[in-house]
Design a binder for this molecule. Structure first.
Ligand code: BYC
Ligand code: FE
Ligand code: FE
Length: 483
């Protein structure tokens, strides 16, 4: 049995890292804990904090039985520190140290790089909770409310996971960075979150579903590359985080799917064939498909920005150091050093988009982004199938990689969703057809009225096919405390 498979509950912080015999780190985390609870309590509306929610809690790292479902009040959720079991004789998977034993301590020469990546990862987790903090007030059902809170508590745990690494492996500056994770805040003028997409608003539930579909999927891809890290504690932490991530993307994919289903059903019932007959469709109290396409394009492009620049020396250095690898590095059949390899990247020159071969080492971000796009297209195929089955003539598409970008070669360049370069004037005249407008947002907002009765659903979204933990349709997912 590996040392890490059992979880200890004898400390304030459940863990499988032997915290009770690691006094220095335990003390550090106990010092950090009140600030976290304070942040959490100020963030989420009180009526929800006092309501028992049917949540899963990670209680182990065995793939077959790692979670337990029960009613928990969110501030009492056991945010644990859980590392996937150590793989014996694990080696560094890529870069100049390929094949050497994985590091169990921070390699001095890569300390700054490693800390930066851990801090960026850690920064996104609380940011997402901040972005989603108002959604409970307008939940379309208890089922959805419970899923929101499940995602929130797990992103909270992911923050803990990074804070543990900072406290355990980085001494005083690590503790300072851990404090900083609670000081920055999403959308703040003075101290915003580090990455662009995490300072955007998540104003409505369709945004929430698209965020968990597209942006949590960036999380998955980044965690997959960090799970391949030669720094073993980071690898083990991320491996376990990925386990939880699947549910977040499930909430996104099924959430968007249920909105689409409801729209198609309502159109059919009213005898509306034309998906662009927007006023009539909105009168039915559902979200028209073209507006969903606009929101989809927005969330997809915001998420593409999270992969950084197409050609990046940061990414090359991290790969070469063996700190951050490619998606599925262990399954790729090459030298894992990329000494002479090339990779196609897009470039923009004199008004033309073209593809050129760049050194693969510098194109690590681009490659991960390509893997992401492949991964993200699966849900669109399934949504489009459901639309076709409903007999509605409409298809969702992912826009061109140059559309609406703020990072990388296409940043700020006016490019259409199909990839043509246009003038800024043309862009300004057309943008409202491609991205959600204030009026679109206001309409969606008008539908966001809470539906808190067990088993009932707001009119703009279909019920789920199956309950969480196989619960029946009218199961009470949250015992609402209405003060
Ligand atoms: N916004 O050389 P580049 C998740 C900066 S999501 C603002 O391309 P690099 C989650 C960049 O920092 C996963 N700034 O950078 C999801 C750099 O600045 P400096 C989060 C940006 O390092 C949902 C400069 O531009 N985890 O877990 O190759 C809910 C040059 O860029 C942005 C990670 O991201 C941006 N979008 O790539 C909850 C993993 N993009 O240093 C949670 C860790 C770039 O020159 N992070 N910049 O001042 C990384 O691996 C890398 O930092 C990035 C950027 C891939 C993000
Ligand atoms: Fe996360
Ligand atoms: Fe997530």
């Amino acid at each position: 049995m590996s040392i890490s498979s059992s979880v200890a509950y004898d400390t304030l912080i459940p863990n499988n890292v032997g915290l009770s015999s690691d006094k220095r780190v335990l003390k550090g985390l106990q010092t950090w804990h009140p600030g976290y609870i304070d942040w959490w309590n100020k963030l989420i509306p009180q009526k929800f904090q006092q309501s028992p929610v049917y949540l899963r809690t990670a209680v182990g790292v065995d793939p077959k039985g790692w979670a337990k479902f029960d009613y928990v009040k969110m501030p009492e959720y056991r945010w644990g520190i859980l590392l996937a079991p150590q793989v014996e004789d694990r080696t560094i998977p890529c870069g100049e140290h390929t094949g050497d034993p994985a590091w169990q301590e921070v390699p001095g020469e890569y300390r700054a790089m490693l800390r930066r990546l851990i801090v960026i990862q850690g920064d996104t987790e609380p940011a997402s909770i901040e972005q989603q903090r108002f959604l409970g007030n307008t939940a379309p059902s208890q089922y959805d409310l419970r899923n929101l809170f499940q995602v929130n508590v797990e992103e909270g745990r992911h923050l803990w996971a990074m804070v543990y690494l900072l406290h355990k492996y980085f001494g005083r500056d690590g503790r300072e960075e851990a404090d900083g994770l609670l000081q920055r805040s999403s959308g703040s003028e003075e101290a915003p979150r580090m990455l662009g997409a995490f300072n955007e608003e998540t104003p409505d539930w369709l945004s929430f579903f698209l965020f968990t579909y597209f942006t949590d999927r960036d999380g998955k891809m980044q965690l997959e590359s960090l799970a391949q890290s030669g720094f073993d504690p980071l690898s083990r932490t991320c491996r376990f985080m990925i386990t939880e991530e699947a549910h977040h993307m499930f909430v996104g994919e099924t959430g968007v799917g249920r909105v689409i289903q409801r729209t198609c059903d309502a159109m059919n019932a009213a005898g509306i064939d034309d998906p662009y007959d927007i006023d009539k469709i909105r009168e039915l109290g559902v979200i028209d498909l073209p507006t969903i396409q606009k929101k989809l394009a927005l969330h997809y492009t915001l998420s593409l920005d999270l992969f950084g620049r197409e050609v990046s020396t940061n990414a090359a250095n991290a790969f070469n150091a063996g700190i951050k690898a490619r998606f599925m590095e262990h399954k790729i059949d090459d030298d894992h050093k990329l000494e002479d390899a090339t990779y196609p990247v897009c470039q923009y020159e004199d008004g033309v988009v073209k593809t050129v071969d760049a050194p693969a080492l510098t194109a690590i971000n681009m490659r991960l982004r390509d893997d992401y796009t492949k991964d993200a297209s699966g849900g669109l195929k399934r949504w489009n199938k459901a639309i076709e089955k409903s007999g509605v003539d409409f298809k969702f598409t992912l826009p061109h990689e140059g559309f609406n970008r703020k990072i990388g070669v296409f940043a700020g360049i006016p490019i259409t969703p199909t990839g043509e370069t246009i003038s800024q004037e043309q862009w300004d005249a057309k943008a409202h057809e491609w991205l959600p407008t204030k009026a679109d947002g206001d309409f969606i907002q008008s539908l966001m009225v809470p539906c808190y009765e067990a088993g009932e659903y707001a009119g703009w979204i279909a019920p789920p096919r199956v309950g969480i933990d196989n619960k029946e349709g009218d199961f009470e997912y949250i015992k609402l405390h209405m003060a």
